[in-house]
Write a protein that binds this ligand. Structure first.
Ligand SMILES: O=C(CCCCNC(=O)Nc1ccc(S(=O)(=O)N2CCN(c3cc(Cl)cc(C(F)(F)F)c3)CC2)cc1)NO
Ligand SMILES: [Mn+2]
Length: 240
């Protein structure tokens, strides 16, 4: 019995080797899992379920095949693919999770989230996030022609790359206060998230009680996942 967690693949037609690595992962490693949780930023960008970019159809088929093979597939939105909607979820057999979801992981309560909402020290990002996570802004954006959305996406990706270079690393990491707050609110001693691209199993104390925060790896250079079995948890590489 095993449950797998991945995030921050940032799939993009410009990195075809990662698309291939992921499709191979879906056809082999993931096949005997009880469930695969994709905790956000599966895609480098997502401008709507009506995006007809050529690399998306093969990917959707591979996800669908995994789901149809009997592996439960779950998706949490990231700061990149927060517009991924019910149509793509339906097409791929992915079940959309709430932004903060608690699951029973072989008898242990685990809080799952992408992790961008924990970066409360990045005030500029949090303001942007508040705006684009409202239904009104999303309806507006999705109502625009696809070409216009592509242009907006390109512009925002350029701005993001620029910000990524200039922002202090501690700003773009999670704030401990927000981590403890989230774990306290959900009464869990295990939090699994991505987003910061700083993979690690952290031991911490929440109100004096031992807890763990597991950060998933990004797939910019190579793949990575968290493999959980009733016997334990470990971060492992996913390679070709
Ligand atoms: O990336 C990191 C580190 C940086 C973390 C913060 N940076 C970050 O998230 N940047 C970012 C995220 C998504 C994209 S996008 O291309 O997918 N796309 C852009 C246009 N989007 C939009 C939606 C709405 Cl409702 C409204 C608008 C409006 F009104 F502004 F035009 C635009 C939809 C989404 C591009 C860049 N860690 O993971
Ligand atoms: Mn992210």
């Amino acid at each position: 019995a095993k449950t797998l967690f991945i995030s921050d693949l940032h799939l993009d037609r410009e990195r075809p080797h990662i698309l291939t690595l992921f499709e191979r992962f879906l056809r082999h490693e993931a096949r005997d899992a009880d469930a695969l949780y994709i905790l956000g930023d599966l895609f480098e960008y997502w401008i709507g379920d009506d995006d007809d970019a050529p690399h998306l159809s093969g990917l959707a088929d591979a996800l669908r095949a995994l789901s149809e093979s009997g592996v439960a597939l779950y998706f949490t939105h990231g700061n990149r693919d927060f517009l991924l909607g019910p149509a793509f979820a339906e097409r791929t057999g992915m079940r959309l999770l709430d932004e903060e979801t608690v699951i029973d992981l072989y008898g242990r309560r685990a809080l799952l989230m992408h992790g961008d909402s924990l970066c409360t020290d990045d005030h500029e990002y949090m303001a942007f996030r508040d705006m684009v996570r409202t239904g009104h802004w999303q309806a507006d954006f999705l109502a625009r022609p696809l070409a216009g959305r592509r242009e907006e996406a390109e512009a925002m990706r350029r701005r993001s790359r620029e910000n990524g270079r200039t922002k202090a690393p501690e700003i773009t990491d999670v704030s401990q206060a927000s981590v403890e707050d989230a774990m306290r609110r959900h009464d869990v001693d295990l939090l699994i998230h991505g987003h910061t691209h700083r993979p690690k199993i952290h031991d911490l104390l929440v109100d004096g009680r031992p807890a763990q925060r597991i950060v998933l790896a990004d797939w910019y250079e190579t793949g990575g996942m968290l493999k959980v079995t009733p016997e334990g948890m470990k971060l492992v590489k996913v390679e070709g």
